[in-house]
Design a protein around this ligand. Structure first.
Ligand SMILES: [Zn+2]
Length: 488
């Protein structure tokens, strides 16, 4: 275990292995900071470490260590529906504001232990998710590894920003609405498209509808594509070697999407047509991954419907359906991503299976090797994404909120519960920062020069890479809420 300059070793005493579905003791993970990859795992015979430790060693022995987490269903450009309903965010927030918020969301997600986001649609911001992904990958701003869908595919009128005032759309009277969906590698198999037939019975512009229909559900999700169309979408995606995510609120449309061969089915909250059993069978046969987004179900539904959602996911899991953890994060605030895992545990899914859903199955949901990377489990050459919790999730129901350490691509972003290097300052070239006493004396003797030659005190310059944690006020702990709240 003698690391060279580009390697460092992370020592653990308790590490979760998603492949064995087991907690392993006394493993050290050697990572390469130049490649951002895992070099090898060392199994030690004892919790002790050889002393003295190298200054490049990281000691996580009193923590519970996991592979970096994957949130399999996010919207980086959305913040909580409770702050402002998402269609109003799309309609009213500027592209600049949404981008600034997304930058904060990326930090919040990363600090919550999420090193990968599978982001399913910008929600009316075109390809901006791909641009943000590139900014993260170029090192311009910290964030999870983003896999993005740009605009989702929906049929005409299937998924649009709704307004009762259609006359002005894109017209000379002023109001133009950005479109919310188009063709790419995710699609809406169904949606609540009948909203214009029976507007929602809520107070708002126009007021309440006096006699809403009482014989039909006002605005259920209805199918947006025929089976042949769904099949064609999957065929196209396969040719492009990209995974396909299908939004499906109903079991009947989830069944069609699974038949078509999609990689994942998102949501599935209702079973009006009694297709649950057939859907589960089809998913088992095709290996479809279900991303049940229970965290957004908790936000959106009453207790009864939420309970039904949880029971359905538990039953499908028991039958062997692959489940990935994705909260629809953005419907609630980024940084609170782990709520999805907590609900799965509350639903009765064993903690080890939930951790697999949030790591290894997340990688499969991102397309597996088609994603271009390996992450979500421990292996030589995998991305060096490492997360440590302060407490053991088998004993502490809130353990997933207590993220102490985050490494992504072998770079540390959080240590001892505090962000590290989140806001790098501009650094003077080394020779310019080097000051000499002689120079100081000269400056004092010629006060007139100071204004044009005012190099500040060199200790104030060495901020970047100092390893000094950013002040705790900029941390995104569970208790302190997300960047959105603080910056709003
Ligand atoms: Zn979503």
């Amino acid at each position: 275990m003698s690391p060279n300059r580009s390697t460092l070793i992370v020592h653990t005493s308790l590490l979760f292995d998603p492949i064995q579905k087991a907690f392993l003791e006394n493993v050290s993970v050697e990572v390469n900071t130049e490649t951002g990859a895992i070099v090898r795992l060392h199994h030690r015979n004892t919790p002790d470490l050889p002393s003295p430790l190298s200054s490049r060693d990281i000691d996580l022995r009193d923590k519970v260590v996991l592979p970096g987490l994957v949130d399999s269903h996010t919207h980086i450009f959305l913040h909580s529906d409770k702050d402002r309903f998402h269609s109003l965010q799309m309609r009213d927030e500027s592209a600049v504001e949404r981008t600034v918020r997304a930058t904060n969301h990326a930090r919040a997600g990363l600090l919550a232990g999420y090193t990968t986001y599978r982001d399913l649609g910008t929600e009316a911001l075109g390809n901006a998710d791909a641009n943000l992904r590139d900014c993260v990958n170029r090192g311009l701003t910290p964030g999870p590894r983003l896999f993005v869908a740009t605009e989702a595919l929906a049929s005409s009128g299937g998924y649009e920003i709704r307004t009762e005032n259609k006359l002005t759309r894109g017209g000379p009277l002023g109001l133009g609405l950005p479109r919310a969906a188009d063709v790419v590698d995710g699609f809406y198999a169904d949606y609540r498209r009948r909203v214009m037939r029976f507007p929602p019975d809520v107070a708002g512009p126009g007021g309440r509808v006096l006699f809403p229909p009482d014989r039909r559900e006002r605005n259920p999700a209805v199918v947006l594509f025929s089976q042949e169309e769904m099949d064609a979408i999957v065929v196209e995606a396969r040719m492009a070697d990209v995974p396909v995510a299908a939004h499906a609120a109903e079991t009947s449309t989830a069944l069609m999407a699974a038949r078509a061969g999609v990689t994942t089915v998102e949501h599935v909250f209702a079973d009006r047509d009694g297709c649950m059993e057939a859907m589960v069978e089809e998913m088992l046969e095709k290996g479809t991954i279900w991303v049940p987004t229970l965290a957004t179900a908790e936000e959106s539904f009453g207790e009864d419907k939420f309970d039904r959602c949880k029971r359905a996911v538990k039953a499908a899991h028991d039958k062997g359906v692959r489940i990935a953890a994705g909260g629809d994060t953005g419907d609630f605030n980024h940084g609170l991503n782990c709520r999805e895992m907590e609900i799965m545990i509350e639903a009765g899914i064993p903690i080890e299976d939930v951790l697999v859903a949030a790591t290894h199955t997340g990688w499969h949901a991102c397309g597996g090797d088609a994603s271009g990377f390996r992450f979500g489990w421990w292996d030589e050459g995998n991305r060096a994404d490492i997360v440590a919790l302060d407490t053991d999730p088998r004993k502490d129901a809130k353990a997933m909120r207590k993220v102490s350490f985050v490494m992504k691509d072998a770079r540390v972003w959080k240590r001892d519960g505090r962000p590290v290097d989140m806001f790098p300052a501009t650094q003077w070239p080394e020779e310019a920062a080097e000051s000499s006493e002689e120079e100081c004396i000269q400056l004092r003797q010629k006060p007139g020069r100071a204004a044009t030659f005012g190099i500040p005190n060199p200790t104030a310059l060495s901020i970047r890479g100092s390893g000094n944690p950013t002040p705790a006020a900029s941390d995104v702990g569970w208790e302190t809420d997300s960047f959105d709240v603080k910056l709003a």
